[in-house]
Design a protein around this ligand. Structure first.
Ligand SMILES: *[C@@H]1O[C@H](CO)[C@@H](O)[C@H](O)[C@H]1NC(C)=O
Ligand SMILES: *[C@@H]1O[C@H](CO)[C@@H](O)[C@H](O)[C@H]1NC(C)=O
Length: 285
């Protein structure tokens, strides 16, 4: 009699432990596994309207991005958030800041706006100065050996060298959606028909992926090692040069932008939030 009561109690308690255990691991394993490493999803900020064109200064781990201030008139502004402290601030001085790229050597942020390209020197006096193409609408920017930019609405790719702008010869015939260059001088770019790579100083394009109208790619980024990743609306992809294809590394919905931090961890945006993937201490996931 006594023994059976204890047995029942024991069974009852074990059930509680099991249910409780299942609930905990479900809740805590809501992260992402990349190359066998499990990452927690840390939400950096919510209540944003379409955070876009993310880029991190690898030294300071400050993330720069643009976001929509007035949904009805599409006024964007560049903002920053510290990935450690989550301190958030709007950047003043550039109207309609839309696209961002960071010169990782000189710690200069370039902002593409509807009124040209601005240089934002945060090691100096945190002021924005017009850098090139006054009064021109800029769609995207990427810095490598020189600053590359895509003009809007033409979608033509230009370079800025010593203050002089010119059409970029390698991609002269193409309207470009997004653009980046990897550590082996392979350019990756999207247009309305697909995602391609092309060795710099050549015109030989290599097909990676078909696209419907190009809208499913929201950015092309390089990590701290200069490897190229694609920010797609349905997740983040790594390029595989051996198979000339892309491999999804993060599955997510409504992605608006992605970037790497100084530790080579991914930050991405959906329609309202910024999410930081951080290696987890949780050994159960
Ligand atoms: C940019 O162009 C506008 C006219 O479109 C002009 O008023 C302004 O002075 C120019 N700014 C600079 C810095 O050249
Ligand atoms: C997109 O780029 C590829 C590769 O350079 C090119 O063959 C194709 O014609 C381009 N598509 C359009 C619509 O320009």
């Amino acid at each position: 009699m006594r023994k059976s009561v204890i047995m029942k109690l024991y069974i009852f308690l074990s059930c509680i432990v099991l249910i409780h255990g299942a609930a905990i691991s479900d809740e805590e394993c809501d992260g992402v596994t990349i190359d066998g490493i499990y990452y927690d999803k840390e939400v950096l900020k919510t209540d944003l309207d379409h955070p876009y064109s993310l880029v991190v200064d690898f030294d300071s781990n400050v993330l720069y991005f643009s976001h929509n201030l007035h949904e009805t008139d599409n006024i964007y502004n560049t903002a920053k958030i510290n990935l450690h402290t989550k301190d958030f601030a709007e950047l003043d001085g550039v109207k309609n800041g839309f696209a961002q790229t960071v010169d990782q050597i000189n710690h200069v942020l370039y902002i593409g706006s509807s009124k040209g390209i601005f240089k934002y020197d945060y090691t100096d006096d945190n002021t924005a100065k017009l850098f090139a193409v006054n009064d021109t609408d800029i769609w995207d920017l990427y810095i490598n050996d020189v600053l590359y930019y895509i003009e809007y609405p033409s979608q033509f790719l230009y370079t800025v060298k010593n203050g002089q702008t010119e059409r970029f010869k390698d991609l002269e015939e193409i309207k470009v959606g997004h653009f980046a260059i990897d550590d082996e001088e392979d350019m990756f770019y999207s247009n309305v028909t697909g995602l391609y790579s092309q060795k710099k100083n050549t015109k030989d394009s290599v097909h990676y992926k078909d696209l419907n109208d190009g809208d499913d790619i929201v950015g092309i980024r390089t990590d701290v090692n200069g490897k190229v990743y694609i920010c797609g609306t349905d997740g983040i992809y790594k390029v595989n040069k051996d198979t000339t294809s892309v491999e999804k590394v993060v599955n997510a919905e409504n992605v608006f932008g992605c970037a790497f931090d100084g530790n080579n961890n991914i930050v991405y945006a959906d329609t309202t939030s910024l999410i930081h993937l951080k290696p987890s201490n949780n050994k159960n996931c």
